[in-house]
Design a protein. Structure first.
Ligand code: SF4
Ligand code: SF4
Lengths: 418, 362
């Protein structure tokens, strides 16, 4: 039986990630200490590029949750949230961050010294309900922070029309006004163009890295998906671009040399939904029978391109598209993406993490699994778990399902060869 | 009661006579616009029963209302619909509409984005979204004009005004209809052609004017929550020693408060009512709801609040701790009851309610 817990990382550049993560959180604390305005915001929106362009410090409370899960701090935060009356049926990101901000935020056991208190909060209107509610609760918790209430149309990517883009763009302008008024800093449009160009380059590099996963054996697996940390927290910076370049070079080299992430790659797998942050090792579990995760939901999540010549509109479009692309707002587009990934990466089977904590990504999985079976003859298995809460995961049930699934695929492959 | 019990049969009959029923899930959907385009808006119901087939389409951790709606759809209950349009409220409802598109089909399966903010650009955005919906309905054989919208907006305003009067007549210490009856009256609104429904309401109002009033006993409470289809739950609450004096539910006052918007054009009235609605947590902040709920409790004479929340309903569950605390700080005690499929008030819950009645009534 493969060990689970932390995942095995093969890329030297991916091992660099721990330094990068720690560096980002150090930067957040330094910014606070030096009087740089700190703003808390949801991930996957164009606010981050505007922050970096204005020299402000963005902090992503949702992103801190996987850190807490990886450091084993999430359970105490859940308990704190549940003691306040937050239902255990709510998304683990919400329970973690609510418990965290109502506990000792910098106490012992808090990873990476925690988060610096916000001077500003970007609350919304838009995204999923738990993300919206996290910010309502944060507004209440940090009453001294200046609050911007954003409004983003929730519309399927394939249904975006000009009026959605116009409204989203006007919201971006309103956001810029708010930041200028609150911080007394002016946004330099030239600087924003540079930042957006860096962001675009990061997206391009991301696609390039993902394209090497078409090689067989695959040079990287889902265990390395933590590299998307830079796509969440460092979009629009040189740090992200330079890191991704290093990853790209290493991945390209491994692909061309035929160096697989797993020595004996026999089954190519797709992972749907958020990983189990508390148990990334389950990706490696499949390796004992030659299974490698060569694509996942997030592989295509950053396949956006931004136009530095029209930066505000580009960021509005990014904000409109990022969340729907990976959620039930755009099931059709998501299905298309999964089917395409399964064709492009020659996938043999799909693992659907039915994530109790995330309705938006879990809804529609049955449809997608059916389409995989009917259109591509690709089998699927459902794993019941929770991306944050280890209490909702049964190792025994997981192993039984995973073993049976791998057996079916290997049997099919044997029959195909015979 | 009959309008609710026999809704499937009636809707099939109306559909066979040329009505084009268009399904929706949440009351944020602009039904006036759907009606103005020549369709009959029908709020989908889950009803009671077991969930089996739905699990091939949705995970078990979405609210029982939606699980039961999908179950009904999988059993072909809604095959008289020409489509489904959902004013954006929660993730689960949004996902169900998209699943619906691929599983049960229809001429249109659409999530309509709606603004959260109140501003000039938000109102313009609302109007653009409404026009987008109108043109899609036109492509489905509908017909839209400002005059038609004006007539529909006016019709729905009269209905909501009348519902508010009926609700008012029955919320005092003596009334001729119980809170359970009112819940059924509101639910009939969701699946009856509005012209017919207005006539029924006017008849009811006339009857109520002269009807004898019965003294209502019990501790006055406000019931607050998401959707409550089983009006019997309200009856059971009353049996445990309460008198329900107001219902902040989408099957309660949220269906008709406020009854109208303001503005010089029908679209402005529609947009302004959307912004001014007595808010559901799916589209508002808990800190904004606390004073509204406290005000409602005060105005209706409620001594406490019973939260009736569908299991897994994220918007309501996520708001509950702050709302509960805000109300407590305002001197208003509350209790939370979560409802799952086939859940009603069991013995344990009844016990909790009795204790709560003693606490707030004492
Ligand atoms: S998208 Fe899913 S995981 Fe992320 S905040 Fe929303 S519900 Fe939670
Ligand atoms: S009851 Fe809650 S989860 Fe269900 S449709 Fe309504 S708002 Fe959404």
């Amino acid at each position: 039986m493969a060990k689970t817990g932390k995942s095995v990382k093969r890329l030297a550049s991916a091992r660099e990630l721990a330094t990068l993560v720690a560096g980002y959180y150090e930067e957040c604390h330094r910014a606070k200490a030096e009087g740089v305005p700190v703003g808390w915001m949801p991930p996957m929106n164009g606010g981050i590029e505007i922050f970096y362009a204005m020299g402000l410090q963005p902090v992503f409370p949702e992103n801190f949750s996987p850190v807490c899960a990886a450091f084993g701090a999430a359970l105490s935060h859940f308990e704190a949230a549940e003691a306040m009356g937050y239902s255990s049926d709510l998304c683990g990101y919400l329970r973690n961050i609510v418990g965290y901000v109502h506990s000792d935020m910098h106490g012992p056991g808090v990873p990476l010294q925690g988060l610096p208190e916000p001077d500003m909060i970007m609350s919304f209107g838009g995204g999923c309900v738990p993300a919206m509610k996290i910010f309502h609760i944060l507004e209440h918790r940090f009453q001294g922070a200046a609050v911007f209430r954003a409004d983003m149309p929730q519309v399927a990517v394939e249904e975006i029309r000009e009026h959605h883009v116009e409204y989203a763009t006007s919201e971006m302008h309103r956001f810029i006004d708010f930041l200028e008024r609150t911080t007394g800093r002016k946004l330099d449009m030239e600087r924003l163009r540079e930042v957006v160009a860096l962001s675009d380059e990061a997206c391009r590099l991301w696609d390039e890295i993902m394209s090497y996963r078409r090689f067989s054996p695959a040079p990287i697996t889902a265990s390395e998906i933590g590299i998307m940390f830079v796509m969440v927290t460092r979009q629009g910076t040189k740090t992200a671009v330079e890191f991704l370049e290093r990853v790209r070079d290493e991945v390209a080299q491994r692909a061309h040399k035929g160096m697989g992430a797993v020595e004996d790659e026999r089954v190519r797998l797709f992972w749907d939904n958020i990983p189990l942050w508390h148990n990334m090792g389950i990706f490696n579990y499949f390796e004992s029978s030659g299974g490698v995760f060569v694509a996942e939901t997030y592989s295509a999540a950053w396949s956006l391109r931004l136009d530095p010549d029209d930066p505000v509109r580009s960021l509005a479009l990014k904000s409109l598209m990022s969340y729907p692309l990976v959620s039930c707002v755009s099931i059709d587009r998501r299905k298309e993406m999964v089917l395409k990934a399964c064709r492009d990466y020659a996938i043999d089977g799909a693992v659907f993490h039915r994530n109790r904590s995330c309705v938006p990504i879990s809804l529609g999985q049955e449809d997608i699994a059916r389409a995989l079976d009917e259109e591509l003859g690709i089998p699927s298995v459902f794993i019941d778990a929770d991306h944050m809460d280890s209490r909702s995961f049964s190792m025994a049930q997981f192993q039984a399902r995973a073993d049976a699934f791998m057996e079916i695929i290997l049997e099919r492959k044997r029959a195909g060869r015979a | 009661m009959e309008a609710v019990d026999n809704r499937e049969e009636r809707l099939r009959e109306w559909a066979s006579l040329g009505a084009r029923p268009m399904g929706y899930l949440c009351t944020y959907t602009p039904v006036e616009l759907i009606h103005a385009c020549g369709f009959l808006p029908v709020r989908l119901w889950g009803g009671a029963g077991q969930v089996r087939k739905a699990y091939s389409h949705v995970p078990p951790f979405v609210c029982p209302y939606l699980r039961l709606v999908v179950e009904r759809a999988a059993c072909s209950t809604f095959d008289f619909l020409v489509g489904i349009v959902q004013g954006y409220t929660c993730d689960a409802a949004c996902g169900v509409v998209n699943v619906w598109k691929n599983t049960f089909g229809g001429g249109i399966c659409m999530n309509l984005p709606l603004p959260y903010n109140e501003s000039a650009s938000a109102r313009t955005f609302f109007a653009s979204c409404a026009h987008d919906l109108a043109s899609r309905l036109e492509a489905l054989g509908g017909c839209f004009s400002e005059e038609r919208l004006g007539r529909s907006v006016g019709l729905y305003e009269r209905i909501r005004e009348s519902l508010a009067r009926v609700g008012e007549m029955c919320s005092g210490e003596s009334a001729c209809l119980s809170a359970m009856d009112i819940s059924v009256v509101v639910q009939a609104f969701f699946s009856t052609p509005p012209e017919t429904y207005l006539a029924m309401l006017q008849e009811l109002e006339a009857l109520l004017q002269g009807a004898p009033r019965v003294r209502r006993e019990g501790v006055p409470v406000l019931v607050s929550g998401s959707v409550l289809e089983d009006a019997g739950v309200i009856g059971l609450i009353e049996e445990t020693g309460f008198r329900v004096v107001a219902c902040d539910l989408c099957t309660g006052i949220r269906a008709y408060t406020p009854h109208a918007g303001t503005g010089s054009t029908p679209m402005e009235r529609l947009a302004s009512r959307h912004a001014a609605r007595f808010p559901c947590p799916s589209r508002s902040r808990p800190q904004d709801r606390v004073p509204l709920l406290a005000g409602l409790a005060r105005d209706s004479g409620a001594a406490g609040v019973i939260f009736l929340i569908q299991k897994f309903c994220t918007p309501h569950l996520a708001d509950h701790p702050l709302v509960e605390r805000g109300l407590r700080d305002a001197g208003i005690p509350s209790i939370l009851i979560e409802l799952d499929v086939e859940d009603t008030i069991d013995a344990r819950t009844a016990n909790r309610l009795e204790t709560f009645a003693a606490l707030v009534g004492g």
